[in-house]
Design a binder for this molecule. Structure first.
Ligand code: SAM
Length: 272
């Protein structure tokens, strides 16, 4: 599932109980774990990543932020066969965002994550679909399985002209879309050796192989992501029709009201 946290928390209408044990799998430098900690102050939160450098950054942030104190950050590879022994079991929610698409055999990690779930627990995944922006680029350049480190490309950045060519042919992408991306980003999503951008049916086959059952999916256009990560998500949350319509009306009136409303704190929150 790809969805902002507030939306995820409303998903399970049959059992509206908030998660009590949350595992943030592939937590990077910790942003997602801090967001989970803030949203679920009573939950146990464990967060793991295979890069010790990322975990050190997360722990440093944790020292600087009292609000993030009760998160257990640890270094662990999600594909290790004894993951559940290392990070724990019986998690009723696992969030794993932007990670599986970069793991050579995602099913291996999915099997391990399944071991960490409690019966009926939920695994919320953020994964790339076929519409990922890098798909046409990776198809156009024969680097798909090789992987190129942009730092070893010609220093005069002449290789960027190739990207500009892609932007100009076949309605490839708006000008600068690829060629202005920072090197570290290019190195992963555009030229990295592994990037699974699969359709939902293909992801679903992997879930089944890992013994997981698919509950639902959520996608949003790239341009709407900022809004979806803000308080505006309330507009899209499942709920009775009259509540949703009422919420939409009051928010819409705040968003389109004259300058007085734009200065109100509520309006700023709704706009994110
Ligand atoms: C695009 S980042 C996403 C980080 C974080 N989930 C977020 O949304 O901000 C991908 C992260 O997955 C981590 N990662 C990749 N493969 C992994 C593995 N096998 N085990 C643990 N972490 C992994 C990388 O180190 C990186 O921090």
């Amino acid at each position: 599932m790809v969805a902002p946290l507030p939306w995820l928390l409303t998903l399970d209408q049959e059992s509206p109980r908030l998660p009590r044990r949350v595992f943030v799998a592939g937590c990077g430098t910790g942003a997602e774990a801090f967001a989970v900690r803030a949203a679920l102050p009573a939950a146990t939160v464990v967060a793991a990543n295979f890069s010790p450098a990322s975990i050190r950054v997360a722990q440093q942030t944790q020292r600087d932020q009292p609000a993030g104190k009760r998160i257990r950050f640890m270094t662990a590879d999600l594909t290790r066969h004894d993951l559940a022994n290392v990070v724990g079991r019986s998690f009723d929610q696992i969030v794993c965002h932007g990670v599986l698409s970069y793991i050579p055999k995602p099913v291996v990690a999915l099997r391990q994550l399944a071991q960490c779930l409690s019966p009926g627990g939920r695994l919320c995944l953020g994964v790339n679909g076929t519409a990922h922006f890098s798909t046409p680029l990776r198809r156009a350049f024969p680097v798909r399985r090789l992987g190129i480190d942009p730092s070893v490309l010609p220093r005069d950045r002449s290789w960027q002209r190739l990207l500009q060519l892609q932007e100009n042919i076949d309605g490839g992408a708006p000008q600068g879309f690829f060629s202005d991306l920072p090197d570290w980003y290019m190195g992963g999503d555009c030229f990295g050796p592994v990037l699974h951008s699969l359709d939902l049916a293909a992801w679903n086959r992997l879930f089944r192989r890992a013994g997981l059952y698919f509950r639902g999916s959520f996608g949003t256009h790239r341009a709407l992501r900022t809004a979806m990560a803000s308080a505006a998500t309330a507009l899209f949350m499942p709920g009775p029709r009259d509540t949703v319509a009422g919420g939409a009306r009051s928010r819409a009136s705040r968003l389109v009201s004259p300058p007085v409303a734009r200065q109100a704190p509520g309006a700023a929150t709704a706009l994110g």
